[in-house]
Ligand binder design. Structure first.
Ligand SMILES: NC(=O)c1ccc[n+]([C@@H]2O[C@H](COP(=O)([O-])OP(=O)(O)OC[C@H]3O[C@@H](n4cnc5c(N)ncnc54)[C@H](O)[C@@H]3O)[C@@H](O)[C@H]2O)c1
Length: 261
């Protein structure tokens, strides 16, 4: 039997996506009650239905993580459905993979707003609920870009590096409340984030994993010789939320097959 999270109440942002969806399914199967929150309600509903079909407890709700008022409503919905929140995973992300010269203020606002401001607003929103619960755990989703500068998309590097500081700041601020905060940093994960052409993460032939050369180059830069899967990341997040990780706070779990070495 794997790690259990019975009694946990988790909000998973970007929960309709690949990495957030894998977390929702694994947490639900591990005994947690799950609020699947995403800007795309249709995708969130589908993931919540998967959790319920497997015998778990889940509801879906709309959340743009950049909207502080909406955050308060989502925490209220979670408390009403399942009780005080004990776990938050800030997965929602955005990226526009262009050079520093080409990156616009609008792209910066989208990327930093979703990743960094969105995670900040999420922490602010759940802490009172976690205090009512007697403690909790927050996971922010980092990246290789949390520790290594890339030539492309300065906003993504700034936001993912910023999460290192935000994670430590929250960990320090709330340690005596029994609230832990960790960064989980995936390497190259095969998801729509790197394949599809979405508003929040546009890809074309120069970037998409659909192009064999792009796929091969990400595999080549991963010492273990394979891309990560959403389930690889979900298992690390479940560990972070569990009693097994009771002494971890402010730290990073890197799930990258060695790519950031
Ligand atoms: N795929 C990778 O290789 C990789 C590597 C490192 C880190 N990450 C991070 O993992 C996280 C999840 O990405 P994924 O790979 O599962 O991608 P994905 O595209 O499958 O999922 C992203 C989800 O976030 C949602 N979303 C976008 N903007 C939002 C907003 N403003 N508010 C709420 N939801 C929003 C989307 O609707 C989507 O469901 C991101 O933070 C990304 O930066 C991904």
């Amino acid at each position: 039997m794997g790690i259990r999270l019975d009694g946990a109440v988790a909000i998973i942002t970007g929960g309709g996506g690949a990495i957030g969806g894998a977390q929702a399914r694994l947490l639900g199967a591990s005994g947690a009650s799950v609020v699947v929150a995403d800007v795309d309600l249709t995708k969130a509903e589908a993931v919540a239905a998967d959790v319920r079909a497997a015998g778990g407890l889940a509801i879906a709700c709309t959340l743009d993580v950049r909207d502080g008022d909406r955050w308060a409503a989502v925490v209220g919905v979670a408390e009403g459905a399942f009780g005080p929140v004990t776990a938050l995973a800030n997965n929602a992300g955005a990226n526009v993979r262009v050079s520093f010269d080409e990156q616009t203020e609008q792209m910066w606002d989208l990327i930093v707003g979703t990743i960094l401001t969105g995670s900040f607003l999420g922490i602010k929103a759940v802490v009172p609920s976690m205090r009512r619960a007697g403690g909790g755990t927050i996971v922010n989703l980092g990246s290789i870009a949390s520790t290594r500068a890339g030539a492309m998309s300065p906003a993504y590097g700034a936001a993912k590096t910023g999460l290192v500081g935000l994670t430590r700041s929250a960990a320090l601020s709330y340690a005596t409340d029994g609230i832990r905060c960790l960064l989980v940093s995936p390497g190259h994960v095969d998801t729509p984030f790197l394949r599809a052409n979405t508003d929040y993460s546009p890809n074309d032939a120069t970037t998409s994993l659909d192009e064999p050369a792009n796929y091969a180059s990400r595999v080549a830069s991963t010492p273990m010789g394979r891309l990560m899967t959403p389930d690889d990341v979900a298992r690390a997040v479940r560990f972070a939320f569990s009693a097994e990780a009771a002494a971890f706070t402010g730290s990073s779990l890197v799930v990258d097959g060695g790519a950031a070495m």
